[in-house]
Design a protein around this ligand. Structure first.
Ligand code: AMP
Ligand code: ZN
Length: 493
């Protein structure tokens, strides 16, 4: 079971069992952000989804090389202007200042949501030589041509022996019909041809001198170059948001295949969109939420702030390939779920198996718990289904709580099952899903001091004080529990 991943192969639309090209190594490439503006929650959803995929593959023992790039040049707006160039001009800054500012912001956001750093984070401007070399190779292979200082990929030529559009299931004739009306660019032989190198307009500030012109690389080129440079001409998994499938990934395949005569990625995984009232969250639509707005609650659609782990839990409660609609109610529900899970984690971490030789083993309970543990693997093996995994973890949680409250005897499930339950619950939450206790929640030293005071007041039978402390803590979302084993606390669910 372990190591046999069914991964939904969107290239063939078949469910296949995942086998890396060079086990135990796995190459994973994910298209990173274009660093010209704040990261919104839609972007976070995509990077979080691949974070869990990366985590799970590592958890299974694969040696994963995770490459996630930074796009710092070449991603154009519909108007044809470079996003970073435009922002730099508007703010009278050096383009690299814009790049640095938003790269820092991106890293901060990733850390806030416990999203792991990739193993390599290459930038487009750091790989210009390699991009120029790929353009030369494509020209030599007869698949690219120069026109008026720009260089374009020749879709018609490529399509003589290949199928442009196979990843997204688009037909070239349909694409041509749609594009002709919109696009009247004279430089190209064919409106579907895309730029590998673009001659810069005089006002364009990000530019490099080459034999073709003073210009800049096309956006699709960087990922074809950097993925194959670090992961090989053929590698295991390529990911990104669904909106990158066409044309970005389609063009990537065309360039890599056109250069090396090899399909670059064996599995293409696409995350679905985070929506707001059914509409894709996007900066240009004006419906995007910044992470900091969600955390502070400073938004008209929110009744309160939500912690990063609540937001992480909310996102992982749906499968990455399904759309996820954002709402205040869904976040409130996720908060309850997260608190339940966090309470369970605190309880199980403190629990140690106590041997009781007289106890009889309850085979039914034991079997159930073993099955719940297996199910966590099955769910993740089936195309990284975090939604189902969380459901199975809740089943385990019920058993943990039953032991905690004395309804189920720990001894009755035996040491082996107890230890498996404990390690599965903790590792799937922390290592695989990246769910952890939050420091910002009042669980630290201060709480211990208050609880000590509570205990002293109880011992002194000072019930006014006991009530006062109890309600003050409740107002802060903490419930005091008088257990047989002493005073305990939990987040209010
Ligand atoms: P960008 O910086 O715009 O290229 O986006 C970075 C990543 O976020 C890409 O993989 C996009 O597909 C993804 N993305 C953008 N908007 C959303 C959204 N609303 N939901 C999920 N992913 C998104
Ligand atoms: Zn890309």
């Amino acid at each position: 079971m372990i190591g046999k991943l069914k991964v939904n192969n969107t290239l063939t639309k078949k469910k296949e069992v995942f086998e890396p090209l060079n086990p135990p190594h796995v190459g994973l490439y994910v298209c990173g952000p274009t660093v010209y503006s704040d990261v919104h929650l839609g972007n976070v959803r995509t990077f979080m989804s691949f974070d869990v995929i990366y985590r799970y593959l590592k958890f299974l023992g694969y040696k994963v090389r995770y490459v996630r790039n930074i796009t710092d040049v070449g991603h154009l707006l519909d108007s044809g202007e470079d996003r970073i160039s435009k922002k730099a001009t508007l703010e009278s800054l050096e383009p690299m200042e814009i790049v640095q500012k938003y790269t820092n912001d991106f890293h901060d956001v990733m850390a806030t949501f416990n999203i792991l750093c990739p193993d390599i984070e290459p930038t487009a401007t750091g790989h210009l030589m390699e991009q120029l070399a790929m353009i030369d190779q494509l020209v030599d292979n007869g698949l690219a041509y120069e026109s008026n200082g720009s260089v374009y990929f020749d879709i018609e030529k490529y399509n003589k022996e290949n199928t442009y559009g196979k990843l997204s299931g688009r037909k070239i004739e349909d694409l041509l019909n749609q594009t002709r009306e919109l696009d009247g660019q004279d430089d190209k032989k064919n409106p579907l041809d895309f730029a590998l190198w673009k001659k810069a307009a005089p006002e364009h500030i990000m530019r490099w001198k080459t034999k073709w012109s003073d210009g800049f690389p096309g956006w699709h080129l960087e990922c074809a170059v950097m993925s194959t440079k670090y992961l090989g001409k053929e590698f295991d998994i390529h990911g990104g948001g669904m909106d990158l499938q066409f044309p970005h990934h389609e063009c990537e395949i065309a360039q890599s295949y056109g250069t090396y005569k090899k399909e670059p990625a064996r599995y293409w995984l696409h995350t679905n969109m985070l929506t707001v009232n059914g509409q894709k969250m996007s900066k240009s639509l004006g419906n995007s939420f910044l992470p900091k707005q969600l955390i502070s609650g400073d938004h008209e659609l929110l009744s309160q702030g939500f912690s990063p782990m609540t937001i992480r839990f909310f996102m992982l409660q749906s499968h990455y390939a399904s759309t996820l609609d954002f709402s205040n109610e869904a976040l409130i529900a996720a908060q309850k779920g997260y608190f339940k899970m966090a309470n369970g984690m605190r309880i199980i971490k403190k629990m140690e198996f106590a041997e009781n030789t007289e106890a009889t083993i309850d085979e039914k309970q034991k079997e159930q718990i073993e099955k719940f543990c297996d199910n966590c693997y099955y769910a993740m093996n089936d195309d990284f289904n975090t939604a189902l995994t969380i459901g199975h973890l809740f089943n385990i949680l019920k058993k943990i709580n039953a032991i905690h409250t004395g309804q189920l005897s720990m001894a009755a499930i035996g040491k082996e099952t107890f230890e498996r339950m404990k390690s599965t619950f903790i590792s799937f939450n922390e290592e695989v899903l990246g769910i952890k206790a939050e420091d910002s929640l009042p669980g630290g030293q201060l709480l211990d001091i208050i609880l000590k005071e509570y205990q002293q007041a109880k011992e002194a039978r000072n019930y006014d004080k006991v009530d006062e402390l109890r309600s003050a803590l409740k107002a802060g979302g903490i419930v005091v529990k008088d257990m047989k084993t002493g005073i305990d606390w939990a987040y209010e669910e």
